[in-house]
Every structure is written in structure tokens, then in C-alpha cells.
Design a protein around this ligand. Structure first.
Ligand code: ARG
Length: 566
């Protein structure tokens, strides 16, 4: 959908020789809409044009009026206040949004550039807690958003499948584990064994030595060590797969940390040949003191490579082999320093594409106000959270709409959607608090509220049944302010989408769709649709259809399903 701002910016850009993009960012939506639908503060152009803001405003007002695209343009106090030609604007907008779903929220600014997105990336033999939810959900939404904008996103699950902890997992399993129990409940059982290892090791420090030995065996390719390690991965992945399926999340590649075992030597060699490696207490590091950062450790004193080294190798793989020009890492803010170090080292290695690396960080997930930690064994399991949300959604549906068809399916869509939406409506960098009552509140700023509004649109359209005829300008002469307000919100879809993509922040879209729903529900409450006279009815049905399409597309981008009835 062509935004009004863009149309206006094009006219202004031509008259001022300022770029369309700049003009577009300067155009405002005045808080007091009595003054106009759009406002252009002309002091922005004063330096460039060497005229007073009021003079500029007068010239521009004339040009805007002459374009015939706007109803009125008035210069006052250094501003141009612009009124949109409402009937014409509404008609054009609805014609696109009503029928051409492809044009709603898919701007296709990209031209197929490959963007690698690292998300979810849980650790093998550890629980996928609600804390991991954020990365998974934000990453999936970014994948969908970038695709809709014309990029080629490549989703990568950078599984934590390597490290000394596997020595501990093996020891614990051999001592206290049981195959059938692990198979029955892999993630939970493996984690329980791991927690037990830490408890027992407090009074039996020799266990740590044993674990080190087993990890060494694993590194040396010992048959039994490798077999157990592979089996842990396989079982854990079965557990994760259920969660991914429930959430509707998928990846283009599962490339765990171990995948880079044979790719790190080249990185170490390159660092050495470029003179970037220095020795520090027997370890090899890249000195980053010039950038006020602690050194990036590449190789520990025992020769083992670590997390950062794997990330360097992984970044090169994503760029060199997968062809990515932008690399996104959807990882919690506690790893900010790690990514700053990795990106700086890439830059020092002379990799120009290092500037295309972004740490898409996010705040923590609190559960009923409490922080979660895996280390202390206090874990909230994501499947449990989702299951409970689905059950509660089912209970709500049973009371509100007992005759609904396919209740189980809808309860799943609503319960899971509620959890996802709650996460995504929070500004990415803020902490998310999770409470069932808030998340599932049908009247709050929630997933179910948005889904319910979508279902309401579907119901109106179903009741009408017949196909809508083409729209005419005359259908819009009685447009009310409430209707106009909905049109205005719908018209902001594309610029909102672009802001969300540019900021890698799905919350911008989630908050936007809430505003659309509020505008629609006000309209629905104040105005009859099906019983209105014929031109009014036609227009209102078109608005309902356009609203449905915008909501559905936004929810799709956020990986939330849109049931047609609930
Ligand atoms: N497995 C890591 C963790 O749970 C996250 C990995 C993030 N991705 C990366 N390329 N470092 O903390």
C-alpha cells in the first residue's frame, strides 16, 4: 500500500531537492487532528533553502494543493497543515487492502540479499525454558518479516552441542542414568542427571576429573563417548522439535557448535598470520584494550577452543559458504559483550562484512515477576507453559462459545498465540513479564484480543455472504470520523512494517495491530454494518475486509495463527 506520507514526501522532495526519505521522516501526524491529517514542519528546510520557515511553508502549501492529491494545504506558523482528500484516499486504500493481500505489508525493498538469522540456539541436554522462548519467537518473526520485505533469510539454530559439560553428562549417565527413562523424557531426564552431577561433585571432587577425562575422550573421537554424545543430541532434538512444532517455528539449518570443530584451526591460523594473536597466561587472545574491552580468548591454556572461536568460525561460514551479507544474532542482552568482541575481531581480521553483523538483543523473561535460572535447577518448562495456556484458552472458549467447531484446534491457536503475542508486544530490549491472567485476557492488549477481532471481521463477512461490488467515490461521502480513524490506521501498515524491519523489532508491528483492532472495535461498536444503507454497507464491509487482511498478515508475520471463529 502506498502510504500518504510517501505521496506527500514525493511532492515535497521535488519542490525542495531534499531526499524523499528525509522528507518522509519529517512529516508528522499532528496529535490534534482538527488541524489536519498531516503536518510538515518547515524549519527543517530552512538551512537548505535559505528562506524563513513561513516562506517555505507558503511555497510548499501551494505546490501540495496544485498536485490535486490532497484536499487542502494551509501554511501557518512555519508549518503546512495538510488535509487528505478522504473519500479518494479511503477508496484507493481499501481497493488495495481489500483484495491484494500481497500488497499489504510486504514492501519487497530487499532484492534477495541473504540474511543469516541465528535464533533459538538452545543447549543440548538442558531444558528449553521460557527464557529461550524470546529468541525463538523474535527470530521466527524476523525471518518472516525479512522474507516479506524481499530478503532471503536463512534461519540457523546454533545448538549448544559441544563443551566440557558433555563430559559431565556422560559421567552422570553412566553412573546413575537409565536408557528407557531418558528416552521417555529426554530433556528433563538428562538435565536431572546433570544437576545431580553438580550436587555429587561437591562432596566427590574426583567426579570432575572423571568428567574431564570423558570430554577428552570425546574430543579424541572415542567410540563410546561419541555414541553417547550423539544420542544425547538426538534425544534432546526430539524434545525441542515438539516445542518448535507447537510454536510453528522452523529453521533452514541446524548447525550446532560442534559443526565448527574442524573449522576453527583456519581461524586461529588466520588470526596468527595477521598478527592479532597474543599470549596471555598461556592462553591465546586478541587484545581489545584499545576499544575498552577485555581480551577475546581464542584458545585456552590447555589448547581448547571456546565459544568465541566457534562464533568466529560460524560467522565466516555464514558469510563465505551460505552467502549471507547480513548476520543477525537473536540472543539475550547478557551476551552483549561477547558479540561486541566477536564483531570487533572480525573487523580486525579485515572482514568488511563485519559491519553487517548485528546483535539483536532482548530483555529477560520473568515468570510471575521472578527471574529464571537453569543453573540452580529452578526451571519453568516451556511445554508446560504452552500446555497450560492452551488448557486455559480451552476453558475460556468452553464458557464463551461452547458450540464452536474444532474447539481443540482453536484452543491451541489461541493459547500458543497468547504466549507468543505477549512476548512480541514487549519492546524487544525490555524484560517480558509472563502471567497467565494477563496473557489470556480477551479484553486486554493480548493475542486473544487481536485474534478475536479478526474472528469478528470474519463473522461479519460470513454473515453478509454476497460478493462486494466495486467501490465508487460516492460510497464515501458519508464517511464518519470514526471510520476515517480506522482508515488512517490501516494506511499506516506499510510504514510501520518498514520501521519494524529496520529496527529488527516485531513489537512495533504487534503494537500497531493492537491500535488497528481498537480502531476497528470502536467502529464496529458505533456503526451498523450489515443493516446500513447500500453504499454505506458496501464501504463498511470493504473496511471490515481490509481490517481482516491487515490483522491476518500482521499475525502471520508474528507467527501467530488467525482462527476464523473463536
Ligand atoms: N547456546 C547459547 C546459549 O544458550 C546461545 C547461542 C547464541 N548464538 C551464537 N551464535 N552464539 O546461551
Amino acid at each position: 500500500m502506498q502510504s500518504v506520507k510517501h505521496q506527500l514526501a514525493t511532492i515535497v522532495a521535488e519542490a525542495t531537492n531534499v531526499s524523499v526519505a528525509d522528507c518522509e521522516t519529517w512529516i508528522e501526524y499532528p496529535p490534534n487532528r482538527d488541524l489536519g491529517d498531516l503536518a510538515l514542519p518547515c524549519f527543517r528546510f530552512a538551512r537548505h533553502l535559505r528562506q524563513s520557515p513561513q516562506q517555505i511553508a507558503e511555497t510548499l502549501a501551494l505546490r501540495i494543493e496544485q498536485s490535486g492529491l490532497f484536499a487542502e494545504a494551509v501554511a501557518t506558523g512555519g508549518f503546512v497543515n495538510i488535509r487528505i482528500h478522504r473519500p479518494q484516499f479511503a477508496k484507493e486504500l481499501l481497493e488495495t487492502a481489500q483484495t491484494d493481500i500481497e500488497q499489504v505489508l510486504s514492501n519487497r525493498r530487499g532484492t534477495g540479499e541473504i540474511v543469516a538469522i541465528d535464533y533459538s540456539s538452545p543447549n543440548i541436554a538442558k531444558p528449553f525454558g521460557v527464557g529461550h522462548l524470546r529468541s525463538t519467537i523474535i527470530g521466527e518473526a524476523l525471518h518472516r518479516m525479512l522474507k516479506a520485505d524481499g530478503y532471503r533469510p536463512v534461519g540457523i539454530n546454533h545448538l549448544g552441542d559441544w563443551g566440557t559439560q558433555f563430559g559431565k553428562n556422560i559421567v552422570a549417565y553412566l553412573k546413575w542414568g537409565d536408557e528407557a527413562t531418558v528416552r521417555a523424557n529426554p530433556v528433563r531426564e538428562l538435565f536431572a542427571l546433570y544437576v545431580r552431577f553438580h550436587q555429587e561433585a561437591q562432596s566427590h571432587p574426583e567426579l570432575d576429573e572423571e568428567a574431564r577425562m570423558w570430554f577428552k575422550k570425546l574430543e579424541d573421537g572415542d567410540e563410546e563417548a561419541v555414541r553417547l554424545w550423539k544420542w544425547f543430541i538426538e534425544e534432546s532434538l526430539k524434545g525441542f522439535a515438539q516445542t518448535y512444532q507447537l510454536l510453528g517455528v522452523s529453521f533452514d539449518h541446524y548447525l550446532g557448535e560442534s559443526f565448527y570443530n574442524d573449522k576453527m584451526a583456519a581461524v586461529v591460523d588466520e588470526l596468527r598470520s595477521k598478527g592479532l594473536l597474543v599470549e596471555s597466561d598461556g592462553a591465546e587472545v586478541v587484545d581489545l584494550s584499545a576499544w575498552d574491552m577485555p581480551p577475546c580468548i581464542i584458545r585456552k591454556s590447555d589448547g581448547a577452543t571456546i565459544y568465541a572461536t566457534r562464533d568466529l568460525a560460524a560467522a565466516k561460514y555464514r558469510h563465505d559458504i551460505l552467502g549471507a551479507t547480513k548476520l543477525l544474532y537473536v540472543v539475550g542482552s547478557e551476551q552483549t559483550l561477547h558479540f561486541q568482541q566477536v564483531f570487533k575481531v572480525l573487523e580486525l581480521m579485515g572482514d568488511a562484512w563485519a559491519t553487517g553483523c548485528t546483535h539483536v538483543s532482548f530483555g529477560m523473561m520473568k515468570y510471575n515477576g521472578e527471574r529464571l535460572s537453569t543453573r540452580r535447577g529452578k526451571v519453568v518448562y516451556l511445554e508446560e507453559v504452552l500446555e497450560r495456556a492452551v488448557q486455559e484458552a480451552r476453558a475460556i472458549i468452553d464458557t464463551k462459545n461452547p458450540d464452536l467447531e474444532d474447539k481443540d484446534r482453536v484452543a491451541r491457536q489461541v493459547g500458543v498465540g497468547a504466549v507468543i503475542f505477549n512476548d512480541l508486544k514487549t519492546y524487544r530490549v525490555h524484560d517480558v513479564d509472563f502471567r497467565y491472567e494477563d496473557v489470556l485476557n480477551f479484553d486486554g492488549e493480548t493475542g486473544p484480543y487481536v485474534q478475536y477481532t479478526h474472528a469478528r471481521c470474519c463473522s461479519v463477512l460470513r454473515k453478509n455472504g454476497e460478493k462486494l461490488g466495486p467501490l465508487n467515490l460516492e460510497d464515501f461521502v458519508t464517511l464518519t470520523d470514526t471510520e476515517w480513524s480506522l482508515i488512517r490506521w490501516l494506511a499506516e501498515a506499510n510504514e510501520t512494517f518498514e520501521r519494524a524491519v529496520d529496527g529488527f523489532d516485531p513489537s512495533i508491528l504487534a503494537r500497531y495491530v493492537l491500535r488497528v483492532c481498537q480502531a476497528f472495535n470502536r467502529f464496529y461498536h458505533d456503526h451498523p454494518i450489515l443493516t446500513a444503507d447500500s453504499p454505506t454497507k458496501k464501504r463498511r464491509l470493504a473496511m471490515t475486509e481490509a481490517t481482516r487482511n491487515v490483522i491476518r498478515q500482521v499475525l502471520f508475520l508474528l507467527a501467530v495463527e488467525s482462527p476464523e471463529a473463536m
